[in-house]
Design a binder for this molecule. Sequence first.
Ligand code: ADP
Length: 266
Amino acid sequence: MIILKIGGSILTNKDSQTSEVDAISLKRIASEIKRSLDNSPKDLIIVHGAGSFGHPPAKKHKIGEEFDKSQYPEKRLGFCEIQNEVKKLNMFICEEFIKMGLPTVALPASSFISATDKRITEGSLDLFKRYLDKGFIPVIYGDVVLDTDLEFCVISGDQIIQYLAMNLNPEQVILGTDVDGVYNKNPKTHDDAIFFDKFTSLKDLDTLEGTTNVDVTGGMVGKIKELLYLADLGIESKIINAEVEDNIFKVLENMEVKGTVISRGN
Ligand code: ADP
């Protein structure tokens, strides 16, 4: 089984305050996945980020922060707004994938996962296995969920990757984003950033700058933290640039692709 994440930075215009799908990237990625599955069938789970659909409303409603009881109705409505926005993005994505002939089925985290202090603590994955057995491609995405400590919280696609991989033991965990992998500092704002083929510790980062955009879940640093948890369990993952044409196809076909492997080994 392969768990493939497609970053919100690829599928949406993430710097935008409004919900905008990047229709060209979405189509290209759908066709790369289809080409690979036609070439060699494989079990695949797709995770996608919330991008410009999820982060602005999550920021506006400050979901995941403590609040006064009197604010509960307003927060609950905010939760609904975010849940609906990310569902819209998921619908656009699944629509394009289905058009391409990919049997995707959405399994929204808000409908079966819950958290404690922003970490996923509950959520049965049996249905994932059953859909996979029947040849479907389960799709899950960054979402809001109930939290036993905070009432509500945001769960990033990256945390979902960690949870799925920890519980499902995939052969490959791949994350497609809009840069080639991990650098010692943000390559979009530093021309002299140094690229890592292999990344083993947060200490290797010069700065803990999250991202250049409105990400509420920690951007690249949040991503790396989740992947280091996985590495601690002996599960390697690889961050690649999904903006480079054919990278998703190649990585699904086990061909060499530039990227950063996150592991604890040497
Ligand atoms: P996605 O939405 O694809 O999951 P993010 O926006 O969360 O991706 O993270 C990718 C962004 O992180 C890149 O566009 C880059 O600007 C930023 N970034 C910040 N620090 C780093 C770093 N040290 N290495 C690579 N990218 C970084």
